[in-house]
Design a protein around this ligand. Sequence first.
Ligand SMILES: NC(=O)c1ccc[n+]([C@@H]2O[C@H](COP(=O)([O-])OP(=O)(O)OC[C@H]3O[C@@H](n4cnc5c(N)ncnc54)[C@H](OP(=O)(O)O)[C@@H]3O)[C@@H](O)[C@H]2O)c1
Length: 291
Amino acid sequence: MNQLPLKILISGQHGQVSRELQQRLGSTAQLHVLGRDQLDLSHPEAIRDQVRLLKPDLIINAAAHTAVDQAETEPELAFAINAVAPGIFAEEAARLGVPLVHYSTDYVFDGSKTRPYTEADEPNPLGVYGNSKLAGERAIAAVDGQHLILRTSWVYSLHGRNFLLTMQRLLQEKPELRVVADQIGAPTWAGTIANSTCALIERWQQGQTGPWGIYHLTAQGETSWFGFAEEIGRYLQASGKPCARIEPIPSSAYPTPAKRPLNSRLDCSRLQQQWQVSQPDWRQALRECLA
Ligand SMILES: NC(=O)c1ccc[n+]([C@@H]2O[C@H](COP(=O)([O-])OP(=O)(O)OC[C@H]3O[C@@H](n4cnc5c(N)ncnc54)[C@H](OP(=O)(O)O)[C@@H]3O)[C@@H](O)[C@H]2O)c1
């Protein structure tokens, strides 16, 4: 960071990505972190009012309706937060002439491709959450302002609700655990997403921008939920803690209200080529998170 501290509006206060962003940007930027108590994203006019009041140099929309199964029964709320709100942020950012960083998801794809998805692949979400996030991407793109839409996957951290924390608990509580082994993707530490976001902000500040638009941003490598659980179990065992026996099962044996893509792999080479920003292997990032 250089010159005057950047004034950054971050939506979402306790979210996984938001917390990691706050840790990294807090000492160099002037942060205005708005949790849902200060800014409820289901109220479009409140978004306009806050942005016009604060006049930030950059907006990071780290908030979202992320409860994938719950979204199936509350589509209006999911669309208000994930589709309408990002479009309003984009309009207000364009009005100020500042960039918008927004996060999206692997769930915009149906998972039927046999290779990792690129940004050129056609989305086809399987559920309400994916559809609402795709609508958010399109609302931002329709404004045609400076924006980065960073699609990520399988986000975890030491805070909030996520697979890492759930597994750490269940593996210690139970003698045996069945975990889905036919969904493939990249577990991505929220710290990795924040690191890459900071690198993108630095590039932008230095005037070395690549094209605005959609980019895939996940950890490198791939595994299944079962493989991720096994890796988490190895850390428990290494620290002398109890660890359940883990049994691989197909998705069909673990039905959920929202269908998940079997292939969640995202090809992140465009981000590396256009912005020279890359991510570590998922195992390395997990090690860093747990350290
Ligand atoms: N979690 C994943 O596995 C995953 C996977 C792929 C993509 N993503 C995307 O990555 C981004 C960050 O996700 P995350 O995992 O950090 O999310 P998260 O931990 O679930 O946190 C959600 C955030 O959204 C905020 N929020 C929810 N409803 C709101 C409302 N009505 N008004 C204002 N704020 C509201 C929460 O606010 P409070 O802080 O006030 O509670 C919280 O900060 C999202 O765009 C998500 O779609 C996530």
